[in-house]
Ligand binder design. Structure first.
Ligand code: HEC
Length: 219
């Protein structure tokens, strides 16, 4: 009985600790992610032109962007020295990135599933920069204090609500693109799932009819 009580109180404490930890993600801005191809394409453009200065997406090839509806011409427009069949690797040499920021910026291909509430984490991170001082020299981040990454979308520099809203849309588009990048086959998998279920329903109906025919001869 005693050990049962000890166990019960341990479970209660664990549950309380988990609730407290969940509170930490309360700092996330709970945006809805637009999963349209347009949002993903806009996100892809921002990631290639801005984030890839420092980050790579090693599991994604440029040619894979056709899966979010980009034409070959649109994809080629994003390329610098790379080939369309290349992986999306940052062109900044790794030593330079390491030297500049004290660590190699993490790969972004799986970022949307590597963090709890990944898309909201990415969105919040990009829109949580602020200036630490009145001289506007150094930025910091509410979600990730002391982060080594600069204010990539220049959120802290936004001077009006419109400008802030524009950057928030960019951040949401980036999150949308990174959700796709973390699981590029999610959509085709869902489509296949639907076909499989339709096939199983038809198969069940046919087997039922067959069974009736076979048994009608027995009676
Ligand atoms: C100038 C270089 C640079 C640019 C540009 C940049 N990043 Fe980063 N990023 C970093 C570095 C360095 C880190 C590691 C930060 C740390 O751990 O302190 C990082 C970390 C991150 C993280 C992980 C944060 C975490 O929770 O651990 C995410 C997500 C991220 N960047 C997304 C982006 C996105 C999206 C863009 C483009 C809009 C971008 N970054 C642009 C350098 C950069």
């Amino acid at each position: 009985m005693r050990s049962l009580l000890v166990l019960l109180s341990a479970v209660t404490m664990l549950a309380a600790a988990q609730t407290a930890m969940a509170g930490a993600t309360g700092a996330l801005k709970m945006v809805d992610i637009d999963n349209s191809e347009q949002a993903r394409q806009r996100g892809a453009e921002i990631v290639v032109s801005t984030c890839m200065m420092c980050h790579s997406l090693k599991y994604i090839k440029f040619s894979d962007l056709s899966q979010i509806g980009m034409t070959e011409e649109q994809i080629k427009y994003l390329l610098e020295d790379q080939d369309i069949d290349d992986r999306m690797m940052s062109l900044t040499p790794i030593e330079v990135r390491k030297e500049s920021y004290g660590k190699v910026p993490p790969d972004l291909a799986l970022m949307a599933i590597a963090r709890k509430k990944g898309p909201q984490h990415i969105y919040t991170l990009l829109t949580d920069y602020y200036y630490k001082d009145a001289e506007q020299e150094e930025t910091d981040n509410h979600l990730f204090p002391g982060i080594k990454m600069p204010d990539a979308l220049a959120y802290a520099d936004a001077e009006s609500d419109e400008e802030r809203a524009e950057i928030e849309t960019q951040a949401a588009d980036v999150a949308s693109f990174l959700v796709w990048a973390a699981d590029p086959n999610a959509e085709s998998r869902r489509a296949i799932g639907t076909y499989v279920i339709i096939y199983l329903i038809i198969l069940t109906a046919l087997l039922y009819l067959l069974k009736r025919r076979v048994w009608s001869k027995v009676h």
